[in-house]
Design a protein around this ligand. Structure first.
Ligand code: ATP
Ligand code: MG
Ligand code: FE
Length: 347
């Protein structure tokens, strides 16, 4: 079974072909990703109209490359999976209309995948882990702690009440005059900085629910930066290190709460899983590895190339759904908003 996956919800145009592999894993036959970062960098964030146009310009050739790179023709693909949301609606529409057209012409099943569900299932593609597992999904647009109980069976244990973690990294980078996307830049600067120079707040620490709040942390950092202006390179490094250390503390504390709540809604997890672009952060990965070890859990995080947005995760989610007969028809809607996990009912 070979499934083509198409991803156009944000600023990566991506297409990949994946097949079921050994030990419950997936086998990535091709994985083409074109980042639009250069086109958006001057604006310090993703401009929806620029993103949509860029997707249109490259998507057909990228799909061609993914299919031929897998050693296949379109006629040999068994299903066409596409991220139908959530995301920037212009981009989502381009991917979805392309996928529908291909499905119609080739008479192959269409699988409309939730982009967040695809991030959530990536650990099964890479490591073949079983359900249920505890997921930290952290990207530029989302921050959620989720009990992944099965395909289509997700319970949200916590979410952010303001900024997403990746968004906070991006805003901090912008504030400090670093490049976009901010996460990698802040992490790089933090390497040489002093994480204890600034006593930044740890919002939500000790709260009963596994929710996040990051806007206060970002504001505290801005105030420190304004006090010091103009900033030396060492100041920027220290601010980045102090910020990253605060984020790590918050993540560890929120995860502790989520682990406890997980037991209530899903029993014992098979693993702690990180997904989304923020999972590329080394400091966060190290903290999660330690925490998982203390809880006697395996820590699974996708390799860097599969942390950010990509087509392979969409193709894999397509395989997972296709195996269960969960296919869609040509009326599948494009969705700007599309929650994938039910909020937990925990007293
Ligand atoms: P969505 O939220 O819809 O999944 P997205 O494009 O924001 O969309 P990703 O591509 O998964 O999601 O992640 C991008 C985000 O990850 C950006 O906010 C970026 O700053 C952040 N990020 C990437 N690398 C790092 C890093 N090393 N440390 C911290 N954050 C990072
Ligand atoms: Mg992205
Ligand atoms: Fe994403």
């Amino acid at each position: 079974m070979n499934v083509l996956g198409i991803e156009t919800t944000c600023d990566e145009t991506a297409a990949a072909v994946v097949a079921p592999g050994e030990n419950g894993r997936g086998r990535i036959l091709s994985n083409e990703v074109l980042s639009q970062i250069a086109e958006h960098a001057a604006y310090g964030g993703v401009v929806p109209e620029i993103a949509a146009r860029a997707h249109v310009e490259v998507l057909d050739r990228l799909i061609d490359r993914a299919v031929s790179g897998a050693g296949l023709t379109l006629a040999q693909v068994d299903g066409i999976a596409v991220a139908a949301g959530p995301g920037l609606i212009g981009g989502v529409l381009i991917g979805l209309v392309t996928a529908k057209t291909l499905a119609l012409v080739t008479r192959k099943p269409l699988i409309a995948v939730n982009h967040l569900e695809a991030h959530a299932l990536t650990a099964r593609l890479t490591d073949g882990i079983g359900f249920p597992y505890l997921l930290l999904l952290a990207s530029g647009g989302h921050t959620q702690l989720v009990a992944v109980k099965g395909v289509g069976d997700y319970v949200r244990l916590g979410t952010t009440i303001d900024d997403a973690i990746g968004e906070a990294f991006d805003k901090v980078a912008k504030l400090l005059g670093l490049g976009y996307p901010g996460g990698p830049e802040v992490e790089r600067m933090a390497e040489t900085g002093d994480p204890e120079r600034f006593a930044l707040p740890r919002p939500m620490l000790g709260r009963r629910e596994a929710n996040f709040s990051l806007s206060g942390l970002k504001t505290a950092l801005r105030i420190e930066a304004e006090k010091l202006a103009p900033l030396s390179t060492a100041d920027v490094a220290d601010l980045c290190a102090s910020f990253q250390a605060a984020v790590v503390d918050v993540v560890v504390d929120r995860l502790r709460v989520a682990m406890r709540d997980f037991a209530t809604v899903a029993g014992h997890p098979t693993a702690l899983v990180a997904a989304g672009g923020v999972a590329a952060n080394g400091a966060i990965r190290r903290a999660l590895t330690t925490q998982a070890g203390e809880a006697g859990l395996a820590f699974v995080a996708p390799p860097l190339a599969l942390c950010g947005d990509n087509g392979a995760m969409i193709a894999w989610a397509g395989i997972e759904r296709l195996r269960l007969g969960l296919v869609d028809d040509l009326t599948a809607p494009a969705r700007a908003r599309w929650p994938f996990a039910e909020p937990a009912a925990i007293a």
